[in-house]
Design a protein around this ligand. Structure first.
Ligand SMILES: Nc1ncnc2c1ncn2[C@@H]1O[C@H](COP(=O)(O)OP(=O)(O)OP(=O)(O)O)[C@@H](O)[C@H]1O
Length: 372
């Protein structure tokens, strides 16, 4: 059975977990964790030790710039707005065609698919046929003007809202309603809400370990140890006993991130996970944003099993308005406007797109098809 922890929808993270399988009897001490060094996001000179959060085998993880990031890119993204160099139509079409050709065709890679999703609130038709796919291992950004339905599509993907029309497929399996009503296994989906949404009356330890205290049979001291480890992985130390009100905004976001990546280490099988972040850097100063962006990258652990196949890779989707987050934390973009996907492409293609909506959005111009 799939359930939300305590049927609570207010915390920043809702993890869909298969409670029927339950934790296995194997203890975490029998797990052969291999350690991975990640550069400390706060001080890149000093490495700190974390264990891979998604599996128990060796993985390579690093706080990395976007895969396609080159030093030259910094010129394009160096101002507070995208510094757009408009190409000729032919140049741009060529680039966009290249991107289309690059699109991987493996359907087995698709973890989440939205097909023609429609959603209205009263007489407001917010989503009017949204279709896209999230593949294994992808880092995807959803962008678009305010009120265009970005958070709504995230909640639909997480199974917190049901579409009025259209379909959501999880690993090819049709989800008919809300995720809490259904049998879904094989994929964990976590949603990190915009506001961090920690429980005010719970300590950081209780917030981060919430799901495990509620849903697992792990002993409390083991959960506490895991919480401390996970907090260290997001660069927080000795905050376990604090209340959310005693944290800064950036720290709260990191606690929310820790809550989204903690998992029951006593389970034999850890399902791959897709994390959905709703504006994770909103309201943060530029340096705190960089810390969070790098954390998002760093928990996107990829690895290969003994057969050379990727395993337990967390894909993630970030809804954002922040250019730094687009540049640093995602590889592919989906542009929503007027209830539809009007453009998709790699992040570096965004600034060269000839799509008039994308051009206006990238330049921040008041002139163009987007009306406020
Ligand atoms: N539960 C709800 N009931 C009524 N209206 C809603 C509800 N949720 C969202 N809306 C409306 O749907 C529209 C889209 O909201 P949503 O939060 O998805 O937009 P968004 O693109 O994420 O916006 P922003 O970039 O400003 O965060 C808004 O007009 C919002 O007021």
């Amino acid at each position: 059975m799939v359930s939300f922890a305590g049927s609570v929808v207010s915390p920043s993270f809702l993890n869909i977990c298969n409670t029927s399988s339950g934790p296995s009897s194997s203890s975490s001490s029998s797990c052969s964790y291999k350690n991975t060094f990640l550069p400390n996001s706060c001080n890149l000179e000093k490495p700190f030790l974390v264990r891979p959060l998604w599996n128990r085998k060796t993985v390579c993880a690093c706080v990395a710039p976007p895969r396609d990031y080159k030093a030259a890119d910094s010129d394009r993204f160096s101002t507070s707005r995208f510094n757009v160099r408009f190409l000729s139509f032919e140049e741009s079409a060529k680039l966009e065609n290249v991107s289309l050709l690059r699109e991987p065709e493996e359907e087995s890679d698709v973890l989440i698919e939205c097909r023609n999703v429609c959603k209205s609130f009263g007489d407001k038709h917010i989503l009017r046929g949204v279709s896209f796919k999230i593949r294994h291992g992808e880092a995807v950004g959803i962008i678009g003007p305010s009120g265009t339905g970005k958070s709504t599509i995230l909640k639909i993907m997480a199974g917190l809202l049901a579409p009025d029309k259209g379909e959501v497929l999880i690993r090819g399996k049709l989800r008919n309603g809300l995720v809490s009503d259904e049998e879904i296994s094989g994929l964990r989906i976590g949603l990190v809400f915009q506001s961090a949404a920690l429980f005010d009356s719970l300590t950081v330890r209780e917030n981060v370990g919430f799901l495990l205290y509620e849903n697992s049979t792990m002993p409390e001291d083991q959960i506490a140890h895991l919480v401390t480890e996970t907090l260290a992985a997001v660069g927080l130390k000795e905050v376990e006993d604090r209340l959310p009100s005693e944290l800064s905004g950036g720290m709260k976001k990191r606690v929310a991130l820790a809550r989204s990546i903690i998992f029951d280490t006593t389970k034999d099988v850890v399902e791959p996970e897709v994390l959905l972040y709703d504006e994770p850097t909103a309201g943060l100063d530029p340096i705190a944003s960089t810390v969070v962006e790098d954390l998002i990258r760093s928990v996107h652990v990829t690895g290969e099993d003994a057969l050379g196949k990727p395993e337990k890779i967390a894909s993630y989707v970030v809804v954002t308005h922040q250019h730094s987050t687009i540049k640093r934390a995602v590889d592919r973009l989906i542009f929503l406007y007027d209830g539809k996907v009007v453009w998709q492409g790699m992040t570096h293609e965004f600034s060269t797109s000839t799509n008039p909506i994308v051009r206006q959005f990238a330049s921040g111009s008041l002139d163009g098809p987007i009306k406020y």
